[in-house]
Design a protein around this ligand. Structure first.
Ligand SMILES: [Zn+2]
Length: 489
């Protein structure tokens, strides 16, 4: 650990953390030094002896141990330095005596889908969960995060911040909320603002903006939000930001009131799958959450057996919402389903590992996709389609998986976590019968082949040499199911 040269910089920062009733973080980006300086002040009169960085961050189901990104750390009590006594595992730091303030430097890092900290030539990105540590007993306390602005750079936070001089301060109810509230700062932030459901929404573009039609991206995001409002009748946040990064790290990550979209192209239509997927997460995984993710335990990766629902069915709804919003045609929707099904046929792993096992064991392997070669994105997307076909058939086109989704939302949005069997119970309520119950259990808990044609036929869909098409001479019931998806065509 190198500490030389930091005292001066930290000296300047110390006076900022004055919010006495909350844990106050201050972060200063140092792009030239390729690091950030973080100070954490405990609430007035409080002390601690241990400090931890997160082992993993929400949405990225792989252990990264962000304690490894800390390059220097110092503890203080009433302004006097307290020695570092040792470590508590790879993420924990133990002080020699009680401290009331911690100062550390942290290197840029990234997970599977996003940077936690990125320091570019003309912009910087912070996703705080992997960057802001916490003291023992500190996770539940209210917090503030002050970002020191770089001269001439603009800033946008997922939480609306207060500006005072060169400081931009966001308040949050606890570590989890601030952790899930990214901030971008840059010379050129291209912002499109729109309102849906009386709530402000932002598309904030940055990175390589050459040839980017910001308004087109804003209006594609607006379509996703309008569809969300149509599906649920309300929006589960006060303000939402789509952070759109161009030409750097193509991947997406959902956050509580925002998402980071790493675009690999300039065409909003072609990027709409990513936009819709991350936006569906505002409902599924952020508002609707399993017990294991409520609250988030940053030190202990959870075992969640419904990631097939949280990721794969999110992807299914992303396609369904794009269809409903008129972004894709029914042919494109069906091609998406067929292509996911094709992936499960080509890969023998799908005959060995169930959707549920792929979810449960994701932390045993790398990549945050699943386990044993089975992607819970792909399998879950197929399961979503099959469940929807089952429910629409059972109700003769009157109900759908979207009703199940709404019920799940109503029952869990107010910080209630769903239990292990809740999703299956809700689907069963919409598609009852012994046979269906058995089929449902097989789909989720076993690696048996997905009953593809047997379910397609419910909507009168035929798999003709790898292409899903509408069959001939549909029965009244098939017609009702088909029309519930695609209208009278
Ligand atoms: Zn996702």
């Amino acid at each position: 650990m190198v500490r030389a040269g930091l005292a001066l910089v930290f000296g300047v920062m110390t006076s900022l953390g004055l919010a006495a009733d909350r844990v106050a973080y201050t972060i200063q980006f140092d792009p030239l030094g390729n690091q950030a300086l973080v100070e954490m002040d405990l609430p007035e009169g409080e002390t601690a002896e241990k400090f931890w960085m997160s082992a993993w961050v929400p949405g990225d189901y792989e252990r990264f141990d962000y304690g490894k990104t800390v390059s220097t750390i110092s503890f203080f009590k009433d302004g006097e330095e307290v020695k570092l006594a040792g470590r508590d595992g790879v993420n924990g730091f133990v002080a020699d005596e009680k401290f009331d303030s911690v100062k550390y430097t942290v290197k840029p890092s990234r997970g599977n889908f996003s940077y936690n900290l990125y320091l570019g030539r003309d912009y910087a990105w912070l996703s705080p969960a992997g960057v802001l540590g916490f003291a023992e007993g500190g996770l539940g306390k209210p917090v503030s995060l002050t970002v020191k602005k770089i001269d001439g750079w603009n800033i946008h936070g997922a939480i609306e911040g207060r500006t005072a001089g060169s400081s931009y301060t966001m308040d949050a109810k606890n570590h989890e909320e601030i952790g899930d509230s990214p901030v971008v700062m840059g010379k050129n932030l291209a912002t499109a603002k729109f309102e849906v459901g009386g709530k402000p929404h932002f598309f904030v573009g940055f990175g390589n903006l050459a040839g980017v039609d910001v308004a087109a991206f804003g209006s594609m995001c607006q379509k996703a939000v309008e569809q969300g409002l149509k599906e649920f009748g309300e929006l589960p946040y006060a303000r939402y930001t789509f952070f759109g990064e161009f030409g750097n790290y193509p991947a997406g990550l959902e956050h509580g009131t925002s998402c980071r979209l790493g675009f690999w192209g300039n065409n909003a239509q072609e990027m709409s799958g990513l936009i819709f997927h991350e936006y569906v997460h505002a409902f599924n995984v952020k508002a609707i959450r399993p017990k294991e993710l409520r609250p988030i335990d940053p030190l202990n990766p959870p075992v969640v057996d419904s990631l097939w629902w949280l990721e794969g069915v999110t992807d299914y709804f992303s396609e369904l919402w794009r269809l409903r919003a008129g972004v894709i045609s029914s042919e494109e929707f069906l091609a998406e389903m067929r292509s996911a099904y094709e992936s499960t046929l080509r890969n023998p792993a799908y005959a060995k590992v169930s959707a549920s096992e792929s979810s449960r064991r994701v932390f045993e392997v790398r990549g945050s996709q699943g386990f044993g070669g089975v992607s819970y994105y792909t399998k879950g997307k197929i399961i979503g389609f099959v469940l929807d076909l089952m429910i629409r058939d059972a109700s003769e086109g009157k109900r759908s998986l979207s009703d199940t989704f709404r019920t799940l939302y109503k029952e869990t949005r107010d910080e209630v976590g769903y239990g292990r069997t809740m999703i299956v119970d809700l689907v069963r309520a919409d598609a009852s019968g012994e046979e269906r119950a058995e089929e449902l259990a097989k789909l989720i808990e076993t690696a048996e082949p997905v009953p593809w044609n047997a379910n397609l036929v419910k909507a009168g869909i035929v798999d003709r040499a790898g292409r899903l098409v509408k069959g001939n001479d549909l029965t009244e019931r098939q017609k009702a199911v088909w029309e519930s998806f695609f209208g009278k065509s």
